[in-house]
Design a protein around this ligand. Structure first.
Ligand code: SAM
Length: 260
């Protein structure tokens, strides 16, 4: 946790601190600059893959977006800023759109909250602390309560631990948070790799039905998943500058529900 605290201290004591206030772009640049200058790696999405996901956001203009894995808030600031740009430019009131970021680790969440506040995105980005598999059911109830109607999510960014990608997507499906039109982007498809996830989203509904019947979800039987969700999914490779490897993002669209 030391390097993340060091980054926060560096930003808070920086001569440029004032210029970072309410400036998401500059907060992202400060994180990149610290990382490059000090040769410290952070498990953040980075600019190249970030740009790819922003392009996907622009295609669908999401209002409700969630991410699994906030870490120090880099992607929450990058995508939360884009979410605000896409919505605030139109007629939508800020109450109509939000970026919810799920994070299991309280210390990371606390660093992220400070950077999100600094970036001026506290109204648009909310961190939900706890393991997503546990906090998502309460989140779903809260969303429906607040919106007073069935409210699925428009865009999901999955970027926590790779062995949780499939279990937590099954939780999202079971809670009916995925609907025709939802876009799901998942990071680290090549490095370190998430083959089970790619197999899951690229399988046929029949294959998924078999999977969900035979593999019990770690979050419990009630979160088996919805086999009849029809996905259109592709793996998009991205060369990440400054890092000597190529990674990929899995971009998945929920096309429709098959009647079963
Ligand atoms: N999305 C971040 C970014 O690009 O800046 C990076 C996220 S980092 C790769 C993964 C994060 O997922 C870690 O901070 C970890 O604590 C968190 N995490 C792991 N398991 C989790 C879970 N079950 N629920 C929520 N967060 C989790």
């Amino acid at each position: 946790m030391g390097k993340e605290q060091d980054l926060l201290k560096y930003i808070e004591s920086s001569d440029n601190y004032k210029s970072l206030k309410n400036n998401p772009q500059k907060v992202i640049e400060a994180i990149e600059e610290y990382s490059n200058t000090n040769k410290v790696g952070f498990m953040t999405i980075g600019l190249q893959k970030g740009e790819l996901i922003i392009e996907e956001m622009r295609k669908v203009s999401p209002q409700i977006m969630i991410e699994l894995g906030c870490y120090i808030g880099y992607s929450a600031i990058l995508f939360g800023n884009e979410l605000r740009r896409l919505n605030a430019g139109g007629s939508k009131a800020s109450a109509d759109f939000k970026y919810y970021s799920f994070e299991a680790n309280e210390e990371y969440a606390s660093i992220a909250q400070k950077l999100i506040d600094l970036a001026g995105l506290s109204n648009e980005v909310e961190i939900i602390i706890g393991e997503a598999g546990t906090t998502l059911p309460e989140f779903e109830q809260r969303l429906n309560r607040e919106k007073k109607t069935y409210t699925p999510v428009d865009f999901v960014f999955i970027d926590h631990w790779k062995d949780l990608y499939v279990p937590d997507l099954r939780v999202l499906e079971s809670l009916n948070l995925i609907y025709p039109g939802t876009v799901i982007c998942a990071d680290n498809i090549y490095r370190p790799g998430a083959p089970e996830y790619v197999a899951y989203v690229q399988s046929t509904p029949q294959e998924r039905q078999k999977h969900n019947q035979t593999v019990e979800n770690r979050s419990g039987k009630m979160y088996a998943g919805r086999w009849n969700v029809l996905y259109d999914s592709k793996t998009v490779p991205v060369r990440t500058a400054g890092r000597d490897f190529e990674d990929a993002v899995e971009i998945t669209r929920c096309v429709e529900y098959l009647s079963g």
